[in-house]
Design a protein around this ligand. Structure first.
Ligand code: NAD
Ligand code: LMR
Length: 335
């Protein structure tokens, strides 16, 4: 048996936490031969509920769950963590945009970024889910002096999965036939789900679907606004699908399942200036993961004028979000 992996999860008693924790503890995220130690972080009023979640995890009798640590202090909860999943944050309600949460949720990521740099394992990897995810990841990164910035990611895999499901449905194929789906920009209604570079059964999705109007209209709008549609229908934001996307994000990044040759996955990562996206912004890109905690941004993809305008608009929104949290970016950035 390998050394157990320490996985810290914030917001562990929330909706996503409830759908996520059994999947980590059962080995779906990090491997069926990989023991895990769950380090669960919540805010003080929710610690009783968290103890209830921990009781249920005990009752699942997962053979790979070595230990659980419950804490209301990230400095304790992140100690020695190999992986930190920053889920804990307020969700939006009906009629709100994710960006409306920025001044409520942003400050959470200042202290958590510092705590990661101070007490997590030196090899720590971080995935941010709490919204607005890209900018929250930027805040955490900007406060995590001493760590390499590429360790900080935000989740856009849910958007990728949504786009793949829509394309598969329209083409009448299994979702596994859809590859090369890139999400560009922000996890928001301005994101650009790139149908021009997507493939279905190895052929361009545009050719297989043959309906540009649908791709530019219904497809784009459905993916961009899917989160809001779920809130409208369920009264609560997505949780099962968000947890599942996070399992995909981490598994491909860290658990020995590199991106298949010729394909890519979508992750929001610090820009290195690729595709003219300002260096340092956390933007979604197509990336290739190595399954060992590394990734690289896929280079050389064509972006049409249609695509370029949409990517630029989403990046502009990221710049605007950054300007709203300028005061939270100050204490020593990951480099
Ligand atoms: P939820 O309200 O059910 O749970 C959030 C939990 O976080 C609560 O238990 C709360 O007590 C806890 N929390 C709040 N502040 C905290 C802090 N400082 N430290 C630790 N825990 C804290 O919400 P949810 O449905 O689980 O969603 C969580 C976040 O994820 C929201 O911001 C939501 O918008 C976002 N989200 C993102 C994606 C994505 O694709 N990136 C998808 C779905 C949801
Ligand atoms: C989603 O995409 O489902 C989440 O970001 C939740 C939301 O507010 O839409």
């Amino acid at each position: 048996m390998k050394k157990p992996i320490r996985v810290a999860v914030t917001g562990a008693a929330g909706q996503i936490g409830y759908a996520l924790l059994p999947r980590i503890a059962s080995g779906e995220m990090l491997g069926k031969d990989q023991e895990v130690i769950l380090q669960l972080v919540e805010i003080p009023p929710v610690m009783d509920a968290l103890r209830g979640v921990a009781m249920e995890l005990d009752d699942c009798a997962f053979p790979l769950l070595r230990e659980m640590i419950l804490s209301e202090d990230p400095r304790h909860g992140f100690e020695g963590a190999d992986l930190v999943l920053l889920v804990g944050a307020k969700p939006r309600g009906k009629g709100q945009q994710r960006g409306d949460l920025i001044r409520d949720n942003g400050p959470i990521f200042v202290g958590q970024g510092r705590a990661i740099a101070e007490v997590a394992d030196a090899g720590v990897r971080v995935a941010v889910v709490g919204n607005p995810a890209n900018t929250n990841a930027l805040i955490a990164m900007a406060n995590a002096g001493g760590l390499p910035r590429e360790r900080f990611t935000a989740m856009t895999r849910l958007d990728q999965n949504r786009a793949a499901a829509q394309l598969a449905g329209r083409a009448g194929v299994e979702v596994s036939a859809v590859t090369n789906v890139a999400i560009w920009g922000n996890h928001s209604a301005t994101q650009y789900p790139d149908f021009e570079n997507a493939r279905i059964g190895g052929r361009p999705a545009t050719e297989v679907i043959g309906d540009r109007e649908w791709l530019e209209g219904d497809f784009l709008g459905t993916v961009q606004k899917r989160g809001a549609a779920i809130i409208e229908a369920r009264g609560q934001s997505s949780a099962m699908s968000a947890a599942s996307a996070l399992v995909d994000h981490v598994r491909d990044w860290m658990a020995g399942t590199p991106t298949p040759e010729g394909d890519w996955v979508s992750m929001a990562v610090p820009s290195d200036g690729s595709y003219g996206i300002e260096e340092g912004l956390i933007s979604s890109f197509p990336v290739r993961t190595d399954g060992q905690g590394g990734y690289e941004i896929v280079q050389g993809l064509d972006l049409s004028t249609f695509a370029r305008e949409r990517v630029d608009a989403s990046v502009q929104e990221l710049e605007e979000e950054r300007s709203v949290v300028e005061d939270l970016l100050g204490s020593g950035s990951a480099t």
